[in-house]
Design a protein around this ligand. Structure first.
Ligand SMILES: Cc1ncc(COP(=O)(O)O)c(C=O)c1O
Length: 487
C-alpha cells in the first residue's frame, strides 16, 4: 500500500507493488461496472452540481494516494455515467465495446506507445499495416488504398477531403500545399442534402464552405439522380468533389453509390463517402449486394471502428484510394524524424505527430470476429432494427418513417386527436421513455418533423432487449396519447 500522502512510490519499489494494487482496483471496478450494466437504469442519474461536489473544488494543495484517487473517481463519476454498453441503449450512433477490444485498449494504455515514426513503436507500424490491409480486404476496396488511424470519423473526413482538395486542384495545375487557397481555381463541392455536420465542418475548415451545394434527396436521404445531374452540368469544367452518404443518421439511407461514382468520374471529379457507420455494411455480403453496391468505386471513405466494429473510442479510419494524394495533402517538414523509406511512419498518414497506438483494439476486434464475425455483427444489428420497427409499427398511432434496410429506425408517434399534434406527442413520448430508464434513445428532426431515432449498433443487444425497449415505448405512447397537450 502506498503512503497516503505521497503521489508516487519510493524509488526502487518493484513494478508489481506500484501497479499491482491500482490495476487490481481498476479491474475490480470494471468488473463491478459490467456486472451492474444490465440492471442499471439506462440514463445518467447525477446532477452536474452533484458531480462538481464529488470531484471538483479548488486545486488540491497536496498529493493524494493513487488508490484513493481511483476510489474517488469511481464513486464520483458513477451516477453521472450513461450506461451506453447496456444492450437497451439505442441513442445517437454510439456502438458498444467488444470485451476483447476493451482489454486491448487497456493494454494500449499500459504500453504507452507513441507512434510518430516506425522506430518509436515498430509493433504499432506493423499492426497498422496489417489492419489497413484487413479493412481494405473486408470492404473490398482497391488494393492500393492507403489508411490512416485517426481519433474519429470527423477527423477522417477532414483528411479524406484534404486529399480530395489537393488532387482536384492539382488536376487544374494548382498545388494547394505550396500555394494555399488564395487565387486557387474555384472548387465545386456537391454534398448529399442530408450530409452529416462532420462533412460540412471539414469542408469549412478546408476553406471550401462557400462552395458547398446541397443536392436534394429522397425520403431515404439518397441524392436524387436528376438533382445531381443538374448540379454536375452547372459545375462542368471546375475542380469537383462530390460527397455521398453511406448511412444517414436518421434513416440509415445509402446513396446510389455506383451511379454517384460513375457520374462524378465521368466528369473527372473525386467521390468522398461519409461512411461513419454504414461502411461496415460493405463487410456483410447481403448488405453489400442490397445497399452498398459500388462502394469500392469511390476515391475516399471515412469511417469509425468505434461505431460498428464496437471498439472503444478513438477508432476513426480514413481510407484513400490514391496514396499519392493522401501523402501530398499532408506536408511534413521535420528533419529530426527518422523517416526510413520502406517502413510505415504513422505521422506521414495522419495529422497528429504524437499519439497513442489506437490500432491495437481494432486489431483485437478484427482478429476475434474474423470476416464472418464482422458480417454477423452487422447483420444481427440490422435484424434487431427490423424487429423493433415491425413491433412498433403494428401499434395504432406509431409509424416507422424509413425503409429499414440498415440499423436506423425513424419513428413518429401520433396522438388520439390526430396528426397535428404529432411533433409534440413524439417529444413527450421520448421524454417519458428517457425518464423511465428502461431503454434510451434521442429525438431528432427528419424532413421537418420531430421523430425518435433508434440506433442498433451494439454486439450486446439481444432480442429480449429489443422487446423491452419496444414495450417501454408502446407503454409511453399509450399513456400519453389521450392526455391533452399543453398549449
Ligand atoms: C454519418 C456520420 N458521419 C460522421 C459522424 C462523425 O463521427 P465522429 O463522431 O466519430 O467524429 C457521425 C457520428 O455519429 C455519423 O453518424
Amino acid at each position: 500500500m502506498t503512503d497516503l500522502h505521497t503521489s508516487a512510490a519510493p524509488p526502487g519499489t518493484p513494478a508489481t507493488d506500484v501497479y499491482g494494487p491500482l490495476l487490481q482496483q481498476a479491474l475490480q471496478h470494471s468488473l463491478d461496472y459490467f456486472a451492474g450494466l444490465p440492471g442499471r437504469p439506462v440514463k445518467a442519474l447525477a446532477t452536474d452540481d452533484e458531480l462538481h461536489r464529488l470531484l471538483g473544488g479548488p486545486v488540491p494543495d497536496d498529493p493524494a494516494a493513487p488508490e484513493d484517487v481511483l476510489t474517488q473517481l469511481v464513486s464520483g463519476v458513477d451516477r453521472g455515467l450513461v450506461p451506453t454498453g447496456n444492450g437497451r441503449y439505442l441513442g445517437y450512433v454510439v456502438g458498444g465495446t467488444l470485451p476483447v477490444a476493451m482489454a486491448a485498449d487497456w493494454l494500449t494504455s499500459a504500453w504507452d506507445q507513441n507512434c510518430i515514426v516506425h522506430d518509436i513503436s515498430p509493433a504499432t507500424s506493423v499492426v497498422e499495416e496489417i489492419c489497413a490491409a484487413w479493412l481494405i480486404d473486408l470492404f473490398g476496396l482497391p488494393a492500393r488504398t492507403s489508411a490512416a488511424f485517426v481519433p474519429a470519423c470527423t477527423h477522417a473526413e477532414l483528411l479524406c477531403l484534404a486529399a480530395a482538395r489537393h488532387k482536384v486542384l492539382a488536376q487544374h495545375g494548382w498545388n494547394v500545399a505550396e500555394r494555399g487557397m488564395r487565387g486557387a481555381p474555384e472548387v465545386a463541392v456537391l454534398i448529399n442534402g442530408e450530409a452529416h455536420t462532420a462533412v460540412v465542418r471539414s469542408l469549412e475548415i478546408l476553406g471550401l464552405g462557400g462552395s458547398i451545394r446541397r443536392i436534394a434527396v429522397d425520403a431515404e436521404a439518397r441524392m436524387l439522380p436528376a438533382a445531381l445531374d443538374a448540379a454536375l452540368n452547372e459545375t462542368a469544367g471546375m475542380p469537383l468533389i462530390v460527397s455521398g452518404q453511406v448511412g444517414e443518421i436518421n434513416t440509415g439511407g445509402i446513396d446510389h453509390l455506383r451511379m454517384l461514382c460513375d457520374k462524378t468520374h465521368a466528369v473527372g471529379g473525386w467521390v468522398h463517402l461519409d461512411a461513419a457507420f454504414g461502411m461496415w455494411a460493405a463487410a456483410s455480403p447481403t448488405l453489400r449486394r442490397n445497399v452498398a453496391d459500388g462502394i469500392e468505386l469511390a476515391d475516399s471513405w471515412a469511417t469509425d471502428a468505434h461505431k460498428w466494429l464496437n471498439t472503444p473510442y478513438d477508432g476513426g479510419v480514413a481510407m484513400i484510394a490514391d496514396p499519392d494524394a493522401h501523402r501530398a495533402a499532408l506536408p511534413l517538414d521535420a528533419g529530426y524524424l527518422q523517416l526510413q523509406p520502406d517502413q510505415r511512419h504513422p505521422v506521414e498518414w495522419g495529422l497528429e505527430v504524437s499519439r497513442r497506438s489506437r490500432v491495437f483494439p481494432i486489431w483485437a476486434a478484427l482478429r476475434q470476429l474474423g470476416r464472418s464475425g464482422v458480417a454477423d455483427l452487422v447483420d444481427r444489428c440490422c435484424a434487431h432494427a427490423l424487429r423493433i420497427a415491425q413491433t412498433l409499427s403494428a401499434v395504432e398511432g406509431i409509424e416507422v418513417l424509413n425503409d429499414v434496410t440498415l440499423n436506423q429506425v425513424t419513428v413518429r408517434f401520433t396522438p388520439a386527436s390526430g396528426p397535428d399534434g404529432s411533433d409534440a406527442h413524439t417529444l413527450r413520448v421520448v421524454e417519458r421513455f428517457q425518464q423511465l430508464g428502461e431503454s434510451w434513445a434521442s429525438p431528432s428532426r427528419w424532413q421537418d418533423r420531430t421523430v425518435l431515432r433508434l440506433c442498433l449498433i451494439n454486439w450486446a443487444t439481444t432480442e429480449a432487449d429489443i422487446d423491452r425497449a419496444a414495450a417501454s415505448l408502446i407503454q409511453c405512447h399509450r399513456e400519453l396519447r389521450d392526455a391533452p397537450l399543453q398549449a
